[in-house]
Design a protein around this ligand. Structure first.
Ligand SMILES: Nc1ncnc2c1ncn2[C@@H]1O[C@H](COP(=O)(O)OP(=O)(O)O)[C@@H](O)[C@H]1O
Ligand SMILES: [Mg+2]
Length: 319
C-alpha cells in the first residue's frame, strides 16, 4: 500500500533521508520510530505529496507521489506534527470546513462530521471552540480532520506526542478502531514504547537510514538475544555461585540486584539456548531453582540500535 524505493532527501548539503526502502501492506499499522531528526517527518511529507524527494520513488496504493500527487491526496489522510489550529472555529465547523475543502458534498457533510466526532469521541464538544480543547482533544480533532475524505491510508506524524497517559490510551484505541476499519496506518514516534504496542510492524530509523524492520518481537530478537535469568538453591557456605555458574555455562554471569537473579547474556559468538543452559547447570550438580529467558525490552533495543550514533535526545524537530 505504501512503497518507497531508495527514497532520498537532501536539504542543501544535508542528507536527511538516505535511500529509504519501506513497504507497508494493506491493513498494516506501522510504527515509524526514531529519535528527533531521524527523517520521519521528511518521509511522511513526501508520502503526503507536500515535499519532493531528491532521489528515489514513493508510491501510495500503486500511485507515484511525484507524478500523480492529486490522486495520492485522495488516498491519504495526513496529520502533521504541528497543525495550524483554527482556534476561533467551532469543532463541528472546523471539520465541515475541511470536508468542504475535500469536496465532500454538502448533503454528506453533516453525516460525515457527525460520524467523525463520534469516532474520536468529541460529539459532546461539537459547539466548543477549537482553541478551548485540551491538547488530547485537539489531537483527536486532528485525527478526525485527516479522515474527512475517508482515505484508505493514514499518515500520522507523532499522534501521541505531548499527550498525557490517558489521552495516549484514547489515541491508541482510535488507532486500533481505524485499523479494524481496514485503514493502512503509518504513524511516527520519537519515543519507542509510546505506540509500538499497537503496531503490527515497526521500523526503526536514525540519521535517515532504517536500522531495523519487522514485528516488535522480530526487531527485538534481531538486535538482542534474550538474557537468561537464573536462581540457584542453597550452596555450601564457601561456594562462589557466580564463578560456578560461569564455569558451568562458559559465559559471563552477573548479578541483577533488581530482579535478584543471576543474569547471563547468551548472545555473541556462542549463543546459548535455555535448554543447553539448564542441562549444563544440572550437569555441574548445581541446584537450579529457576531459569527464564527474558527478551530485551523495546527501550533496550532502541538504545542499543542508536547507541553508537551519538544522538542527543534534544534533536531539532523541523516543523
Ligand atoms: N526545511 C529544512 N531545511 C533544512 N534541514 C531540515 C529541514 N527540514 C528538516 N531538516 C533536517 O532534516 C533532518 C530530518 O528532519 P525530520 O524529517 O523533521 O526528522 P524527524 O521527523 O525524524 O524528527 C533533521 O536533522 C532536520 O533538522
Ligand atoms: Mg518529525
Amino acid at each position: 500500500m505504501i512503497i518507497t524505493q531508495g527514497l532520498t532527501r537532501w536539504y542543501g548539503d544535508f542528507l536527511a533521508l538516505d535511500a529509504l526502502d519501506l513497504e507497508l501492506s494493506e491493513g498494516d499499522l506501522f510504527g515509524f520510530i526514531g529519535p528527533n531528526g531521524a527523517g520521519k517527518t521528511t518521509t511522511m511529507k513526501i508520502l503526503a505529496t507536500l515535499l519532493d524527494p531528491t532521489e528515489g520513488r514513493a508510491f501510495v496504493g500503486g500511485v507515484d507521489v511525484v507524478k500523480e500527487p492529486k490522486k495520492v491526496r485522495r488516498l491519504v489522510g495526513y496529520m502533521p506534527d504541528f497543525f495550524g489550529v483554527y482556534r476561533e472555529m467551532r469543532v463541528a465547523e472546523y471539520l465541515a470546513f475541511f470536508a468542504a475543502a475535500y469536496r465532500v458534498s454538502r448533503r454528506d457533510q453533516r453525516r460525515v462530521v457527525g460520524d467523525l466526532l463520534e469516532l474520536v469521541d468529541l460529539a459532546h464538544k461539537s459547539e466548543d471552540t477549537v482553541g478551548a480543547l485540551s491538547r488530547g482533544m485537539q489531537q483527536r480533532l486532528g485525527l478526525a480532520r485527516a479522515l474527512v475524505h475517508d482515505p484508505k491510508v493514514l499518515i500520522l506524524d507523532e499522534p501521541a506526542s505531548g499527550l498525557d497517559p490517558r489521552a495516549r490510551v484514547e489515541v491508541r484505541e482510535i488507532l486500533l478502531e481505524l485499523s479494524r476499519m481496514g485503514k493502512t496506518i503509518l504513524l511516527s514516534s520519537h519515543i519507542l514504547p509510546e505506540l509500538s504496542s499497537v503496531c503490527n510492524r515497526i521500523g526503526i530509523i536514525a540519521r535517515g537510514s532504517l536500522l531495523a524492520l519487522g514485528s516488535v518481537d522480530e526487531v527485538a530478537a534481531s538486535v538482542a538475544a534474550p538474557t537468561l535469568h537464573i536462581r540457584l538453591g542453597e550452596l555450601p557456605e564457601d561456594a562462589d555461585p557466580q564463578a560456578l555458574l560461569a564455569a558451568a555455562l562458559g559465559h559471563e554471569v552477573s548479578w541483577n540486584a533488581e530482579a535478584r537473579v543471576w543474569s547471563v547474556d547468551v548472545g555473541g559468538e556462542m549463543p546459548l539456548t535455555p535448554e543447553d543452559a539448564a542441562r549444563s547447570i544440572v550437569g555441574a550438580q548445581l541446584p537450579l531453582r529457576y531459569l527464564h529467558p527474558v527478551q530485551a525490552s523495546l527501550e533496550e533495543v532502541f538504545l542499543r540500535l542508536t547507541a553508537d550514533m551519538d544522538l542527543g535526545s534534544e534533536g531539532e524537530d523541523a516543523a
